[in-house]
Ligand binder design. Sequence first.
Ligand code: XMP
Length: 317
Amino acid sequence: EWTSEAFVETTIADLQAKLGNDKVVLALSGGVDSSVAAILLHKAIGKNLHCIFVDNGLLRKDEYEGVLEQYKHLGLNIKGVDAKERFLSQLAGVTDPELKRKAIGRVFIEVFDDEAHQVQDVKWLAQGTIYPDVIESISVNGPSATIKSHHNVGGLPDFMKLQVVEPLNTLFKDEVRRVGTSLGLEHFIIGRHPFPGPGLAIRILGEVTPEKVAILQEADAIYINNLKEAGLYDKVWQAGAIFLPVQSVGVMGDERTYENAICLRAVESVDGMTADWCHLPYNVLAKISNEIINKVKGINRVVYDISSKPPATIEWE
Ligand code: XMP
């Protein structure tokens, strides 16, 4: 029978045997998977694990500062890199979802490579890849070529010439959470909803601009904070706001407005492969809608996504 304690024990021993005194670089994303991978490696090889946390300008509101603080608190050997401008400038004028992913993946590799080169004699690249990532990336090349390219799988550029170590690649998400819990990770990290590598870029339909990112960050923060206050955050598998570049007519005082819309998405799922939309209580939805429309400039309408996967995907792009 699989237990997280036994997994932790054998994985740490395996990592020590495999890595010896080698240096390892790992990109932390703030998510559960890379965090758990980092802590496992940290327990195994200590300061030889060099973590890099990149601010791509597409994270949630206050996420970069909050998560970096948390990682430092855990004792990780971590470097934060502010690369907002590099990402956002490469996204200017890009509207196609896959081209956005490619641009973000490309910039990420450049930024990460710059940082990895600063670690002398690094031999390994660690990734928080979990089992469903492996499966989806295989099926990308299979008969159902419709699945989106997940840029965080198999993303090793040749020029980095690093060996890959993926301590979680046999685990499902719930197992990763159990491992994280037995490693003593706090709920702040373990309980986080999944968040896509390309971040808010794929939750802003069409072109990404700094102004739209700022609007979406505000709306999303209101949404997520309300879910937490209502005790619903932990019951939902993933939630997020989406910026719709559709203008509609509204009225504010005596003025007619013509502004954008925010869509709220919340799903229940086991592994993200299939998902049902959540039946969030109307009173909670009403409060979120009022707060977003009253507080977020540029938004005059909020809608709720009632589509399940399949045929809809969780993200809109
Ligand atoms: P979809 O939209 O395909 O999403 O139903 C399933 C799960 O995958 C996440 N997702 C991504 N994660 N890079 C990622 O790291 C991506 O390009 C990407 N696209 C979707 C999504 O947030 C959901 O949890």
